[in-house]
Design a protein around this ligand. Structure first.
Ligand SMILES: *[C@@H]1O[C@H](CO)[C@@H](O)[C@H](O)[C@H]1NC(C)=O
Ligand SMILES: *[C@@H]1O[C@H](CO)[C@@H](O)[C@H](O)[C@H]1NC(C)=O
Length: 306
């Protein structure tokens, strides 16, 4: 028994070294070196001042995710990023993670967060969470909030921008923020892309295409598609929790996708029109809450001690 446990742990840690998060689809190829925030490019520094970097500790294992500043006090991210987190470092006003960025970067250390009460780690539903900053952050040219989409728009056919420091093709995890422009597709099209997606994609998901013309914005030009071929676009490991933006409005946070990010399958995000009320309610109250898992852990410790 013990041997099995230790082996599992070792695999866990070696697979998930510094930066990582979860990739779900079961029958994809093993993650190759060719995976990244695909088809994208390096962002102009501080072009997206609402995007934050998260270093997350779950006991001794460190993970990396994106997040989004939605108010002076709250960062929105994916539930699977902070589930079981014991310590979270929130980097605001950052672009190049390897630099000290003393003029722009502000770091907060917190373990206060709210995970959606119906977060389902098996079906990847309600994959949203809020991280509470220990104080109100001062806004400036490097640190800004972004409004969340409201109403019933589906955004199908619109171009979105996804942000992240996730895996890149040639340099491993990106040290600088990257963006990728991809088109929002209907959930029906998303579900039809693969049987695993068909089993998982529901209304609360917002999918962006995994395949796009390299010169997507010029797609009306006859034959360009044929000449240049299709590019593979989307989010990848460590991009989770990051922003998906349309016209300076936050429409999604990165949630899940195929293990092989270069398979050309859609990237799936939490659809924020679906979670608008939850976000308002939970960030508006501005109260301390503790993760149910942490309660469980604390109770377990209590009972063990007793
Ligand atoms: C964050 O805070 C925790 C709890 O106070 C502390 O143990 C940890 O060392 C801090 N981490 C950093 C990087 O400052
Ligand atoms: C979406 O919202 C608009 C404006 O409130 C409304 O007129 C329309 O009927 C709604 N559509 C759906 C499908 O709910």
């Amino acid at each position: 028994m013990l041997i099995v446990l230790i082996v599992k742990l070792l695999i866990g840690t070696s697979n998930r070294k510094l930066h990582d998060e979860v990739k779900f689809i079961s029958d994809r190829k093993v993650l190759g070196v060719d995976s990244r925030i695909i088809g994208g490019d390096i962002a102009t520094p501080h072009q997206y001042p609402y995007q934050v970097a998260l270093y997350i500790w779950k006991q001794v294992t460190q993970y990396f995710c994106g997040g989004v500043l939605i108010s002076l006090r709250w960062v929105l991210t994916a539930a699977h990023c902070v589930d079981y987190a014991t310590e979270i470092l929130v980097y605001l006003g950052t672009h190049d993670l390897t630099q000290s960025e003393t003029g722009s970067r502000v770091i907060y250390n917190t373990s206060t967060y709210i995970i959606h009460e119906n977060y389902d780690s098996v079906l990847f539903q309600n994959d949203v969470a809020l991280i509470r900053l220990p104080e109100e952050v001062a806004l400036n040219q490097y640190i800004a909030t972004i409004p969340i989409s409201q109403g019933n728009q589906t955004y199908v056919g619109e171009m979105s921008t996804t942000l992240g420091w996730g895996l890149t093709a040639t340099e491993g995890y990106s040290t600088v923020l990257r963006y990728v422009d991809t088109e929002v597709i209907s959930n029906a099209e998303c579900a039809a892309s693969h049987p695993d997606y068909a089993a998982l994609v529901v209304d609360q998901h917002l999918c962006t295409t995994g395949k796009s013309n390299v010169y997507f914005k010029m797609r009306h030009i006859f034959y360009l598609n044929v000449i240049l071929g299709e590019g593979i676009v989307g989010s990848c490991s460590s991009d989770s929790g990051g922003a998906v933006v349309i016209n300076e409005v936050l429409v999604g946070v990165v949630s899940w996708g195929a293990i092989d990010c270069t398979a050309g399958l859609p990237s799936v995000n939490a659809r924020l029109t679906f979670f608008y009320d939850w976000i308002q309610e939970n960030s508006g109250k501005d109260v301390m809450k503790i993760s149910p898992h942490l309660w469980f852990l604390l109770l377990s410790i209590f009972f063990v001690v007793v």
